[in-house]
Design a protein around this ligand. Structure first.
Ligand code: FMN
Length: 395
C-alpha cells in the first residue's frame, strides 16, 4: 500500500485519495530537503567507513524501514546489525525481504568501497545465522582492505540517481533489446536466475505469461488490502506531511495536500482497519488494476533454495538491476505481494512460483517487479527519505 490511502472521516464515511503530488511551494506538504539530504552523498573528505556507509544507506529496502545499524568500534571494520524494532512481522514474517534490503545495502557498500580503491571483505552472519525470525545479531562483518586491483564499477555512478518508481509506465513502449541485455549483464554470473516477460523483441513474445503475472499480482494486492495485520502494518508506516516525513525519514511518504490537511485536522484515521468491501478498498484495487494493466513488462529473480545467504544475494542482485535500469532510463517497481509468506497469500505464492518456472520446494522467487519506461516528459521522482548516517550508527 504505497500510493493510495484511506481516510476515515468524522461521521463514519471513508474516502480514498491519491498519495502523490504536492503543492509546489507549500512547505507543509512537500518532502523537506532535510529528509532527502542523504541523496547529496557524503562530503568528499569523509572518513572512509562513513563515506561508504553514506552510499550504502541509499539502498532500496522494504517499506523504507532502513533497519541497518553500523558498529564501528573496531578500526577498519564495520559490523552490521538489524534493528529488531524496524522489522515487518506482518508482511515479512520470516524477514526474507528485510534481508534482501540488507543485501542491497552490502552491494552499494561494495561498489562505494571499490570507488575508493578498497576491497570490502564480507563475512555473513559472523555470530551465526538467524532462525525463522530475524534477531539483533550481526548480518555481516565487513573489513575494508586497500586493493590496487579493485576496479570501480560503472554502476556506482547510478547510486544517487536510483529510485523506486511506482508511477504508470508507457504501455506502448517495448523494452529495447540492448536494455534487456544491460540488465542481464548486471547480474551475469550471480547465483540467481533473472526472468523477464513483456513487450520486447527478446522477451520471447511472452504474452500469456505477462497476463498471468498481472492476474496474480492483482489478486495478491487485493488480499493484502483485505487482511488486517499487513494492511495495518502499512498504515502505521504512513508519514503524512512535511513534519512527519522529516521526523521519521522512513516509511511511506504521503505528500498529498488533501491528506495532509485531513491529518492535521484529525480526520484521517490511521488506527482502524478499512473494511475490505468499503468503497475505499475497492477504489485502491481498481487503481492498482489500472497500473498493472498498463505495465509493459515484469522482471523476477529466482534462487535455488531460500537460505539466509541466498536472500542477501538476491538483494545484492536486485540492487544491481535497479542501478542498471537507472543507467538505461528504465523504471522499476517491486510488487512483492504474491511473494510474501503470510497465510492469506499462500495461493498467489504457489501460483507465481508455478508460472515463473520456479517449482517448489527448492526454488524461491525473491523479487517480482514492474518494468518499463516512463512516458516522455515525466518529471523526475523525488527521492525517498533517508534517516541519515548519524541515526544508523550503533551507540
Ligand atoms: C525486498 C524489497 C521489497 C520491496 N517491495 C515493494 C513492494 O511490494 N511495493 C513497493 O511499492 N515497493 C517495494 N519495494 C521498494 C521500497 O519500498 C523502496 O526501496 C523504499 O521505499 C525506498 O525507496 P527507494 O528505492 O526509491 O530509495 C521493495 C524493496 C525491496 C528491496
Amino acid at each position: 500500500m504505497e500510493r493510495r490511502v484511506f481516510m476515515r472521516l468524522a461521521g463514519g464515511g471513508v474516502v480514498l485519495a491519491a498519495a502523490a503530488g504536492g503543492l509546489a511551494g507549500c512547505s507543509v506538504f512537500e518532502v523537506p530537503d532535510s529528509a532527502v539530504a542523504a541523496w547529496q552523498g557524503p562530503a568528499p573528505d569523509a572518513e572512509l567507513r562513513h563515506w561508504v556507509l553514506s552510499y550504502a544507506l541509499l539502498a532500496p529496502n522494504p517499506h523504507n524501514r532502513q533497519p541497518w545499524l553500523a558498529d564501528l568500534a573496531t578500526p577498519g571494520e564495520i559490523v552490521l546489525r538489524l534493528d529488531p524494532q524496524r522489522l515487518l512481522p506482518a508482511t515479512d514474517p520470516y524477514g526474507r525481504q528485510i534481508l534482501m534490503g540488507a543485501g542491497a545495502f552490502l552491494e552499494l557498500l561494495v561498489l562505494a568501497a571499490a570507488e575508493r580503491g578498497q576491497r570490502a571483505e564480507i563475512r555473513l552472519f559472523p555470530d551465526g545465522e538467524p532462525g525463522q525470525r530475524l534477531d539483533g545479531r550481526a548480518f555481516a562483518r565487513v573489513r575494508l582492505l586497500p586493493d590496487a586491483g579493485a576496479a570501480p564499477d560503472p554502476l556506482f555512478k547510478q547510486v544517487l540517481a536510483r529510485r523506486t518508481d511506482r508511477r504508470a509506465y508507457d504501455p506502448a513502449r517495448a523494452i529495447a533489446p540492448a536494455d534487456v541485455q544491460r540488465l542481464r549483464n548486471a547480474v551475469a554470473g550471480l547465483p540467481l536466475r533473472l526472468g523477464l516477460a513483456g513487450a520486447a523483441d527478446t522477451l520471447a513474445d511472452d504474452r500469456s505469461r505477462l497476463d498471468g503475472i498481472r492476474a496474480i499480482a492483482r489478486e495478491a494486492w487485493r488480499i493484502e488490502l483485505s487482511t488486517e495485520a499487513p494492511m495495518m502494518e502499512s498504515m502505521r508506516l504512513l508519514r503524512v506531511g512535511s513534519a512527519e516525513i522529516d521526523q521519521h525519514r522512513d516509511g511511506i511518504t504521503i505528500d498529498s495536500p488533501l491528506l495532509v490537511v485531513l491529518a492535521k485536522t484529525g480526520l484521517f484515521d490511521r488506527s482502524t482497519f478499512p473494511a475490505p468491501d468499503s468503497s475505499a478498498t475497492r477504489g485502491q484495487i481498481q487503481d492498482f488494476d489500472a497500473l498493472t494493466a498498463s505495465t509493459p513488462a515484469y522482471l523476477w529473480l529466482v534462487s535455488e533454495g531460500n537460505q539466509r545467504s541466498q536472500q542477501i544475494a538476491a538483494g545484492r542482485a536486485y540492487a544491481r538491476i535497479n542501478l542498471a535500469a537507472t543507467a538505461t532510463g528504465l523504471a522499476l517497481h517491486p510488487n512483492e505481494q504474491s511473494l510474501q509468506e503470510f497465510d492469506a497469500v499462500a495461493a498467489p505464492y504457489r501460483a507465481i512460483h508455478a508460472l515463473l518456472d520456479a517449482p517448489q520446494p527448492g526454488n524461491t522467487v525473491q523479487m517480482l517487479a514492474r518494468l518499463g519506461y516512463l512516458p516522455a516528459g515525466t518529471a523526475p521522482r523525488t527521492p525517498a527519505p533517508r534517516r541519515g548516517l548519524a541515526r544508523q550508527l550503533a551507540a
